[in-house]
Design a binder for this molecule. Structure first.
Ligand SMILES: [Zn+2]
Length: 215
């Protein structure tokens, strides 16, 4: 079944332009692996970018332009190397598998609260990508966000503010959102979550759980 909740157009444009941070790029690329609609959209965006370059007047492309562009490309840091051969985690899209060890169990899972675990995949400049494993039927303590949070379902599903999210779907939350998503019953919910800025737990349960969250 195709995803029904997609990254915003702004995110897809930023991805197509190559201007997203690594963590958000990982999430969008993982979504694209499961979503033909967004793959087509990003293809259109990239084609539009190429068309814009073609409209530049020739005077902007002097004889040395190609050499200087190539020289600048050589100075850019290379793409991160996959950490392990893609051998495990069946059912997970390949952009994500490149960041995983041979087995999900080999990740440094850390218990956040009863029935909720996280494993951090990437962390830089306040931006974090992590896997979340939420037991069937478990309700995540109410919390807000210091910045944008993107959550993509890899397995199982969850419900947040009346909207159901299934495999491939992306939920977006910003500073205005205070929520308490709940994993669907039946099977463990596995999500890829990208947060920009720390989470802010609210409510009594949040304050009680806060010491465990380390967020
Ligand atoms: Zn999509």
């Amino acid at each position: 079944m195709s995803a029904t909740c997609h990254p915003s157009d702004e995110l897809l444009v930023a991805y197509g332009a190559g201007s997203l941070d690594e963590a958000a790029s990982l999430l969008v690329a993982t979504h694209l692996a499961l979503c033909p609609r967004c793959r087509a959209e990003v293809g259109r965006i990239e084609a539009m970018g190429g068309a814009v370059i073609e409209t530049l007047p020739p005077s902007d492309l002097g004889a040395d332009a190609l050499a200087s562009v190539l020289a600048r490309l050589d100075q850019l840091p290379g793409a991160p190397m996959p950490r392990s051969p893609v051998v495990a985690a069946p059912g997970l899209p390949s952009p994500l598998r490149d960041y995983l060890p041979a087995s999900l169990e080999a990740l440094p899972w850390k218990r956040l609260a009863a029935g909720i675990e996280q494993a951090i995949l990437l962390q830089a400049r306040g931006i974090r990508a992590r896997l979340l494993r939420i037991g069937a039927g478990i309700v995540v303590p109410e919390h807000g966000h210091g910045g944008m949070e993107l959550t993509m379902v890899l397995q199982g599903g969850f419900t947040d503010s009346g909207t159901g999210y299934a495999r491939g779907d992306v939920a977006m939350a910003d500073q205005q959102v205070v929520h308490s998503p709940a994993a669907d019953g039946g099977e463990t919910c596995l999500c890829l979550a990208v947060t920009h800025g720390p989470l802010k737990l609210t409510g009594l349960v949040g304050r009680l759980v806060n010491p465990f969250l380390d967020l």
